[in-house]
Design a protein around this ligand. Sequence first.
Ligand code: MG
Length: 502
Amino acid sequence: MRKAPTILHLDMDAFYASAEQASKPSLRGKAVVVGGLGPRGVVATASYEARVFGVRSAMPMAQARRLAPNAAYLVPRFALYKSVSEQVMGLLHALSPLVEPLSLDEAFVDLEAAGAAWDRDSARRVGERLRTEIRAVTGLTGSVGLAASKMLAKIASEEAKPDGLVMVEPGTERALLGPMPVRTLPGVGPATGDHLRRAGITTVDELAEAGEDELVRLLGKAHGHGLYAMALALDDRPVVAEREAKSVSVEDTYDVDIHDRVRVGTEVRRLADRCVGRLRAAGVSGRTIVLKVRRYDFSTLTRSETLRGPTDDPGVVREAAARLLEAVDTTGGVRLLGVGVTGLADYTQEDLFAQAAGERAELEAEEVAETPLAREEPAQERRWPSGHDVRHAVFGHGWVQGSGLGRVTVRFETPDSEPGRVRTFRTDDPELEPAEPLPLVRVVPSSDPPAPSGPSGPPGPLTASAHRGRGAVDGEAQVSSEPAIFPKSRSGKEGGAAPSSP
Ligand SMILES: [Mg+2]
């Protein structure tokens, strides 16, 4: 392990919810919950004000509404989050070529790779400057952890939240980790946590005291061995730069669990065809076909099959997916199905689903947009998802506060306005139309003619002053490739998710 705390972990604070509060002055300081608002919706992010009521990520939306009935409930605006993410990742890439994104708002950076930092003082300076830059460029706050290993850097950023920086001095790792619950360690999920608790092990210290032999006996060789090393704070995993996006997947959630085996087969075939459509649209082909099945009890299985050569043949993908399905027990019902293809021959299933896990909140929130019920909503209702941007011919830019019964309520405000007023319109009012998100930080055009904005509407070029001399950062943000060609926010294209109850 390295001697200096030069691995940085950045995690934006309550990212989606903070972006919404930055966009919507009337929601600042208020409880905000972003996620799927349909019957199967889950919380993607809750603002700190909502967390006070016990609302947490991945919680069913119905439970969140019971805990915080007066919070603002908003449908995610992924185009905005993605453009802010590109700005943040651009700042990270300016520090080091070794940036490993874990999700839209979270990444490891190896500060030693390009000499950005070499000891604790330089690392702290870089971390603080990064936080300042993130705030200047995005208007949002991020927390930074610095340590000599990835594991400790991530734990440190968690400790730093919100809006802070924590450095774990080399040599103090074990003392810090010791009293923490075993679940703090990477790879200890609920099942392993329960298993260890039954063996009387609840803290990292107890894990270390149990000894390697005992952990191998309890958890098997690979897991026991790895966990023992983690308990001793030994983590040599390198920061791995993001690889080129070469995976494509699609998935659907069903409002009513599917029990009929024939119907499951039909759905998988349909997903395989959709997946191939995306594969071809992206101009890639893949060797490994992956099937994902979430069952009635929320247990999720993934199965994969690697072919001899890459394919984008619908027949081949369909057959492989059907073979994989044969090996999955679906009695009891299926609530989600997914089919994916990995494009790189050396891409492992683990890589794909590590990325998938990173995007999980995003996908979960999107599921609402894909449910058959949502698709059957009348067109005029679907145009107004809560929280999404609109423009009125007379009143200007605003966002949907709620809709239903042929009415849509709009609050007219922008990121740099005062909290705005609310007005109600008919859902088919010809003067009201969906709009693109506005940038969170007002953009001052540079003297050079700006490049045209991308289709997702990223904020335009930033001023040099906002970058503190890093004029090229925005360009780099554009260059950085996406973590994966995962399902994009279809809510935008298809007109949005189910309308919320007002
Ligand atoms: Mg975060």
